[in-house]
Write a protein that binds this ligand. Structure first.
Ligand SMILES: C[S@@+](CC[C@H](N)C(=O)[O-])C[C@H]1O[C@@H](n2cnc3c(N)ncnc32)[C@H](O)[C@@H]1O
Length: 121
């Protein structure tokens, strides 16, 4: 059975991984889409996550937190921030830094789909 998602480029990229119950991470997806004409710099607070990028031809940035890239003097084409768990704890401060950084880079800051509003109000 073919569904609408199986016709997408993302599905085409993920198919071989999904068949092995795996999921290709964002750096791997970018590499598959853009090939070797782009340099991909990454950072993750979890060393195990960094290890999972081995073989993707990436440079690991020497940061303390991924958000520090927003204070880098380097103009990136795209900064992709996908921290998930601590989003709601830090987003106000981070959004302010994003506002400054978008002067020389496009920034994609993912907001997790999670209802943090108090229940019952
Ligand atoms: C949703 S996953 C990111 C998945 C990644 N985009 C991918 O496709 O492989 C969230 C990751 O953000 C990392 N993380 C959370 N807060 C961080 C921070 N302040 N700096 C760096 N990494 C952080 C977590 O360790 C976790 O591995």
């Amino acid at each position: 059975m073919i569904n609408q998602y199986q016709k997408t480029k993302l599905y085409e990229i993920q198919k071989e991984y999904l068949e092995r119950n795996r999921y290709l991470g964002s750096a791997g997806i970018i590499r598959k889409l853009l090939g070797d004409r782009v340099q991909i710099d990454i950072f993750d607070a979890n060393p195990a996550a960094i290890k999972s990028f081995a073989g993707e031809d990436v440079k690991v940035l020497p940061l303390k937190s991924g958000y520090d890239v927003l204070e880098s003097g380097r103009p990136y084409d795209l900064i992709f921030l996908d921290p998930y768990d601590d989003f709601w704890d830090v987003y106000e401060e981070v959004v302010e830094k994003v506002g400054i950084k978008v002067g020389d880079a496009s920034v994609c800051y993912l907001c997790p789909l999670q209802n943090r509003l108090p229940m019952g109000n």
